[in-house]
Design a protein around this ligand. Structure first.
Ligand SMILES: C[S@@+](CC[C@H](N)C(=O)[O-])C[C@H]1O[C@@H](n2cnc3c(N)ncnc32)[C@H](O)[C@@H]1O
Length: 198
């Protein structure tokens, strides 16, 4: 935990299991029934996806079904330099290995570091899946043009970069298939279509 980046915002404080150690500056929780557990903190009862959160570092053990929606919003918030999240391990494996839109975009904006794996028995109720603590450090500002290009190119992952880039209005001589690029090779992919976003 980097206490130098403030404010620290915790999303989904629940019964305060993480909150009591973290002591965040602001605690955001959707479920009003949790108010009693969180009365000692600066509590905001709200849906974190729709909050105008402008700066700080985020810590969260979010429900896994909102992970993609959450990232699509948070990736655009340049004043959020760091996120420490408990995520479903399968999701993290995908963003590190699979050539999808969200994987390329997250690897473009963040340096992604995996930490401890958390087995299902550590949670109550017990989930079916393994979780993993993952730290996202922002290394680039969000860029709408890059986002659109990644969105387009990743739709053609079974085509060569040469064909995919043509379909996306650009040009490339690269005959590798889009799916042959690992998410962490996103800059190489962008450079291959003539965009230099290092
Ligand atoms: C997996 S629980 C984690 C609870 C607590 N942090 C813990 O570790 O025990 C997720 C929490 O996020 C809250 N939550 C779900 N969706 C949310 C949203 N969109 N905005 C804010 N909180 C949300 C839930 O009500 C729940 O308390």
């Amino acid at each position: 935990m980097d206490t130098g980046i403030r404010p620290i915002l915790e999303i989904g404080c629940g019964k305060g299991n993480i909150t009591k150690f973290l002591e965040p500056d602001i605690c955001i929780e959707l479920d009003k029934k949790m108010t009693d557990y969180l009365k000692n903190y600066n509590l905001v009862i709200a849906d974190a996806r729709y909050l105008p959160i402008l700066r700080g570092q985020l810590v969260s053990s979010l429900p896994y079904q909102i992970t993609s929606d959450f990232f699509k919003e948070v990736v655009k918030l340049d004043n959020i330099p760091k996120l420490t999240l408990i995520l479903q391990k399968d999701f993290v494996d995908k963003i590190l290995n699979d050539p999808t839109y969200i994987s390329f975009l997250l690897n473009y904006v963040f340096d992604i570091q995996t930490k401890d794996i958390i087995p299902p028995r550590c949670f109550s109720p017990r989930p079916k899946v393994y979780s993993i603590i993952t730290v996202f450090n922002r290394v680039r500002e969000y860029n709408e043009d890059v986002d659109s290009l990644i969105s387009c190119i990743s739709r053609y992952r079974n085509k060569t970069l040469k064909k995919a880039s043509k379909l996306c209005g650009l040009s490339s001589d690269n005959n590798l298939k889009v799916r042959e690029f690992k998410p962490w090779q996103v800059l190489e992919l962008l450079n291959s279509v003539g965009l230099s976003y290092v």
